[in-house]
Design a binder for this molecule. Structure first.
Ligand code: CIR
Length: 256
């Protein structure tokens, strides 16, 4: 079994990215590219083989490849992003994924973004954000029901995606920002709360036995390490200006 990480280069047009909760500030493209390269290196160091989808210079948010596909062991579901500017991103990702999984698609009127889908075992928690609607949720449920996945809608508030508010950092353990999502949705789980002084700190990427994590949240990082987790920090400050973080820059899949 090997682990594949699908990534896509930072587009020069990232300066025109979608923004929902943040104001626009200048993004240093060279720095963003260097940060992205270091992020890819962190994935490699944790055992991933990188598969890069070709660059899409005119698609501002193309680097945030997570939003374009949900990849399960049995099937990949191409999303239909809620942000219309992001819909053309999915085709090249579909081409990249086709050799690894059978493909299914979310279609009009459904909208769904991968940042809203948190997988924990055979459960898919799906954020009801401004980017993911009820039709998208219903289509996802239909696509995965035959494989035994349960799809659970989750209310989120004041954040872009479900995974802005909660991510999995170890089997059964969630890193959570309680102001944006209620713990009640995840019955029986163990929780680590973000430090209240670091409201954006809930987005972490679990890969193998490591957790890729932004270096700007040292207080929450201590909480993760206190639970015995192996944290690998990365600087994603330029990508954070585009409202991205660590889960959004890759799609991780296991391959026999
Ligand atoms: C957007 O608003 O769509 C991008 N600027 C950021 C997407 C980040 N995606 C993610 O965290 N899954």
């Amino acid at each position: 079994m090997s682990t594949i990480a699908i990534t896509r280069p930072v587009s020069p047009s990232i300066v025109r990215c979608e923004l929902t909760h943040l104001g626009r500030v200048p993004i240093d493209l060279a720095r963003a590219e260097a940060q992205h390269a270091a992020y890819e290196e962190a994935l490699r160091a944790l055992g991933c083989r990188l598969v890069r989808v070709p660059a899409a210079p005119d698609l501002p948010d193309a680097v945030f490849v997570e939003d374009t596909a949900i990849v399960l062991d049995e099937v990949a579901i191409l999303t239909r992003p809620g942000a219309p500017s992001r819909r053309p991103e999915t085709e090249a990702v579909a081409e990249g994924l086709a050799r690894y999984r059978p493909l299914r698609r979310v279609v009009d009127p459904g909208t769904l973004e991968g940042g809203d889908v948190l997988r924990a075992g055979r459960t898919l928690f799906v954020g009801q954000s401004s980017r993911t609607n009820a039709a998208g949720l219903a289509q996802l449920r239909e696509h995965v029901a035959g494989f035994g996945y349960q799809v659970v809608p989750v209310e989120v508030r004041e954040c872009l995606h479900l995974k802005s508010a909660v991510t999995l950092v170890a089997p059964g353990t969630f890193l959570v920002q309680p102001a944006w999502v209620a713990r009640d949705w995840f019955a029986g789980a163990t929780f680590i709360e973000v430090d209240p002084r670091e409201p954006f700190a809930a987005n972490a990427l679990l890969v193998g036995d490591g957790v890729i994590y932004p270096d700007v949240f040292p207080l929450t990082r201590l909480r993760l390490e206190a639970k015995g987790l192996r944290v690998v920090t990365v600087d994603v400050s330029e990508l954070q200006k585009a409202e991205g973080a660590v889960t959004c820059c890759s799609v991780i899949l296991e391959q026999a």
